[in-house]
Design a protein around this ligand. Structure first.
Ligand code: ZN
Length: 211
């Protein structure tokens, strides 16, 4: 067994002991059920751990992660997580959190084929196409990359709002806000990008569903 592999097993034992020292019922309480107020949709990037960034304890965040924090309306994995979070757990908030330096977004700006992931990256390329006038006008490549990360988050927040799951929750008066954040790998800070919605009035009418 590699040292790393051994270390993570030992770390787990230490973590359990620490938690039990603080609260002997810590795991019994968690085993009884979960009522997290938040669904986090983030990037799979190992440097963007949902719970740690926001100081959340186990039981406080329901998490879905994929490459470049995408909300793809035919992705059954994302839809299942979203449906369970909204309709069973009744989360009050959904946060889409992107991050500067995102490899998926970077790949979408280039032409290199990486493999099967090209087909996932294509969803991100579609967002580039939507904002190409603004993005192509930015001459500094780093700045353009950063802006694309932000615009991708914006589009994923809108994609969330367009789902039947979120719109149905709003229609029945369920309290549900969706937000777009970006995380700075260099600083550790998140920025609320100001794309906050709690109803469908800001969607193009063609996307507003009637139930
Ligand atoms: Zn990423």
């Amino acid at each position: 067994m590699s040292d790393f592999y051994k270390k993570i097993l030992e770390n787990n034992k230490k973590w359990v002991e620490e938690k039990l020292q603080i609260n002997p019922d810590f795991f019994n309480n968690l085993a009884a059920g979960q009522t997290p107020p938040l669904l986090w949709i983030g990037c799979s990037d190992s440097r963007v751990p949902a719970n740690e960034i926001i100081g959340a304890e186990p039981g406080e965040v329901f998490v879905h992660r994929n490459i470049a924090n995408m909300v793809v309306h035919s992705d059954m994995n994302m839809l299942s997580v979203l449906d369970y979070a909204v309709n069973v757990l009744k989360v009050k908030h959904v946060i889409v959190c992107g991050h500067y330096g995102c490899g998926g977004v970077k790949a979408a700006m280039g032409n290199s084929s990486i493999g099967i992931i090209d087909n996932w990256i294509r969803h991100i390329k579609n967002e580039y196409r939507l904002h190409q006038n603004e993005l192509n006008a930015i001459t500094d490549e780093k700045e353009r990359f950063n802006r694309f990360v932000e615009l991708n988050v914006k589009e994923q927040v809108f994609n969330l709002a367009k789902t039947s799951i979120v719109q149905n929750a709003w229609k029945v008066g369920q309290e549900l806000s969706i937000h777009g954040w970006v995380y700075g790998l260099n600083s550790g800070y998140v920025t609320d990008l100001g794309y906050n919605f709690s109803c469908d009035k800001d969607l193009d009418s063609v996307f507003q569903l009637e139930f």
